[in-house]
Design a protein around this ligand. Sequence first.
Ligand code: SAM
Ligand code: DTB
Ligand code: SF4
Length: 331
Amino acid sequence: MNTQTIAFHHPVKRDIVPQRWSVEEVEELFSLPFADLLYRAQQVHREHFDPNQVQLSTLLSIKTGGCSEDCGYCPQSAFHSTGVEDRKMLELNAVVAAAKAAQAAGADRFCMGAAWREPSEEDMLSVVDMVKAVRELGMETCATLGMLNDEQTEQLRAAGLDYYNHNLDTSPEFYGDIISTRDYQDRLDTLERVRRAGMHVCSGGIVGMGESLTQRAGLVAQLANMNPYPESVPINNLVKVEGTPLADQADLDPLDFVRTIAVARITMPTARVRLSAGRQQMSDAIQALCFLAGANSIFYGEQLLTTGNPDVERDRALMDKLGMYPFADKH
Ligand code: SAM
Ligand code: DTB
Ligand code: SF4
């Protein structure tokens, strides 16, 4: 496939002529025999990446709980009683200390998350300082703060933000079953603003929320047909949190999670496909299959935003067992 390297703080490769995927075509990928699907995903992965390299990103919740949105999966929504407290925003020095610790542990990207529908003007002043300070440490920066307007994307770009994470979460058809307080178009609009401002886009979704196979394929098709598609695509397995409407959702077959990773890799060849939430509940064997299917980024560190993630020792042991090494080591 023809690609070109885009000059940026951290250069990324992009397809010159992106392919369009119909939902049916994506569904056909999901229906391939498992071995054929993984073989195709590995071919695409090896064409664009070192398959033994994994990017490590550490998350920090800079503002936890009390969110005014009603996302059915989320422990931080004020609509659900999950025991997550509404805390005020972290101070700059606490954020810098966490970023330094993440860097010392081997992470090369630091992602700051806030439980907001959208940031206020005052919030933005603090976030801008945080982005600048983390960038000064030499780490890649990412933030996920909810919806943004044009002025806010400009502020973040000027601060040097590398990636903005804003997930489509699911297909347009299933979205209304999960969230009622903002619509799909709001999300697409924010992503468009991030793109226009010149930042890298990080956008993906959650599987295992009760979506049909067609709806799962619909999410992947939406992401893959963005022009250009996101540089970074988090695939989250639903973390079922007591008190959320999705707490009793049936478990997704882990092999269907692996299939989702493979389909994301095939449809978005040059993206970092991120094996995101849900790893704590996953065996090493399933995670290994996810890497074989083309995942090449994980969240690294004991905590996601409010829920757990494998500890650093478990992840280091897993990488050693698989002969994998962090992106930063060979960069
Ligand atoms: N409030 C901002 C927003 O929603 O855009 C940023 C933070 S929000 C927690 C970031 C993402 O975390 C969500 O879009 C969703 O994909 C993911 N997420 C939240 N709760 C989750 C859960 N229980 N399981 C898996 N992913 C989850
Ligand atoms: C993403 O796609 N997954 C991360 C990150 N982007 C911000 C968040 C996962 C959150 C899981 C639930 C929690 O810890 O609160
Ligand atoms: Fe709020 Fe984000 Fe959670 Fe939705 S996913 S409730 S917007 S913190």
